[in-house]
Design a protein around this ligand. Structure first.
Ligand SMILES: [Zn+2]
Length: 242
């Protein structure tokens, strides 16, 4: 059963990476938005450490390609070294630093505020593709929560707001998506991810509870239940070891 547990790492970048190593995270994501003085540039890119693995490079290319396609901007691909070394090189697992677009650009800034869900979906899609067995996922909000510079929030966004708060909002949405996914066998016996978004909001807490407690696999949330299925679920709940 592929399950992901997301943890946000705080402190200076080195501390974050060491803590993610200690937790044996399967992948590491630091979210940023790009910025320059000139308001015109807006393209997507992913920063890697000089020592980035092939998996990290392929994962990064998949992400930047998906963002470029979705938002219709230039795909600048990957860039190794520089900030990537300080922010990522000590992470033992594949680690990427995301710069999906420029918050110094009016369009990019607007997207960073209004299209966070789409960015989160792209990120989660690539995590599921490259780390299909699940595991601990390390998230790092760029700039924010640094011990040495607690007031850093990165670049100012065009029209108001800042890079770090926008980056954090995207990662929180990605966390919700990742943790809502459980993989269960479908009719062909393959692992099929079931997304909690199919469950009505009023039933989500109950859905999580039945899955977590082994009372139902949580699949096909909108389908009717037979009397014998209901008996079985009641029986599982009643006889569950405390
Ligand atoms: Zn940044």
């Amino acid at each position: 059963m592929a399950r992901y547990q997301v943890k946000f790492y705080k402190g200076d970048y080195g501390e974050r990476q060491r803590a993610a190593n200690a937790d044996a995270a399967v992948c590491y994501v630091e979210q940023h938005f790009n910025s320059v003085g000139d308001p015109s540039p807006n393209y997507t890119m992913v920063v890697l450490s000089t020592n980035a693995s092939e998996t990290a490079s392929n994962w990064a290319r998949r992400y930047s390609g998906a963002v470029a396609a979705k938002f219709g901007i230039k795909d600048q691909g990957i860039r190794k070294g520089g900030r990537g070394d300080g922010n990522l090189a000590r992470a033992k697992m594949p680690a990427i630093l995301l710069e999906p677009f420029f918050v110094s650009n009016p369009q990019g800034s607007q997207w960073a505020k209004t299209r966070q869900q789409e960015l989160a979906e792209i990120l989660v899609g690539t995590i599921r593709e490259f780390f299909p067995d699940g595991g601990a996922v390390a998230f790092s909000v760029g700039h924010k929560y640094k011990r040495s510079a607690p007031n850093d929030r990165g670049a100012s966004a065009h029209g108001g707001g800042n890079e770090a708060d926008l980056a954090e909002a995207v990662l929180l949405k990605a966390q919700t998506l990742l943790e809502a996914m459980v993989a269960v066998p479908d009719d062909e016996g393959e692992d099929e991810p079931i997304h909690a978004a199919e469950v009505s909001p009023w039933a989500r807490e109950a859905h999580e509870w039945v899955v977590a407690n082994g009372i139902s696999d949580g699949t096909r949330p909108q389908e009717p239940v037979t009397r014998e299925q209901l008996w079985t679920m009641l029986h599982r709940a009643a006889t569950k070891p405390k």
